[in-house]
Design a binder for this molecule. Sequence first.
Ligand SMILES: [Zn+2]
Ligand SMILES: [Zn+2]
Ligand SMILES: [Zn+2]
Ligand SMILES: [Zn+2]
Length: 274
Amino acid sequence: MVRSHSFDKLLELKREKVMATVHRICAKRGLPLPSINFEGCVEEFEGQLAHYHPDANTICISERQLIIQNFDDLDATMAHEVSHILVQDHSPRFREEEVTSNMAGWKPPGGIVHITEWNKSAIEPNKEREIKPDMIRCNYHFCRKKADLTQCHHCQNYYCEVHLEPYEPKLGFHPDSTSNSGHPCAPFVDYLADKKKAEDKRYAEALGKLVKGKRETVSNDYSYDYAPSFDYSAYTHVISNNEHEPATPKSNRNWLILLVLVVALFLIYLFFIR
Ligand SMILES: [Zn+2]
Ligand SMILES: [Zn+2]
Ligand SMILES: [Zn+2]
Ligand SMILES: [Zn+2]
């Protein structure tokens, strides 16, 4: 099946929406963040909107369901699945938790004031019901092997050697259980985004410095036009040096400072002699 770019884009947005909603509900309710499996699951039965694996703290939602459900449906589905972290059946107690999760997942549209005092206690973190991650079997959905497990720094789940490496969860990627290494890790995406932001910032700073340096050079060249009798020997040395091997920014800077000083002295000299 050939899929259009906009179709893939929409699925990508839905996937982000699902992760954001789960993040929001878990953060507000103080629940352990589950992994989200978009890669398909053998345990899914037809017509199921999504399901939750308590042993792996994983929510599975298939691509098919991602296509069928709209953004509001996805919010409701995720509120339901996150509530299964607390209660596994569909008892009245579960329905209460589901209502609370729906509230916690609700994001007011821009311009609406969120009244936080209202039923605040219901969405306050619930420490006693915290769930411990499975530390015996690999938390990767398709693995579940009993092995020596190591905790992922990003999602805090436990994985065997093969599945420890985190990767960005991708749509339309169906691993055939054992042949693939690594685990889809939603918090890893945030980590990559933060890292990229830091790199971009460093790059922008370096560029800023470079541009500033260029400007200094230009203004110096300009001064030379008005100081034709200046002894160039020192300067030509730098130029010839630059032609063969670029001077390091630091030595360049020292030369510039020296030049500015010499030119300034020369101009003062000219001014007072005349
Ligand atoms: Zn599943
Ligand atoms: Zn359910
Ligand atoms: Zn992870
Ligand atoms: Zn594994």
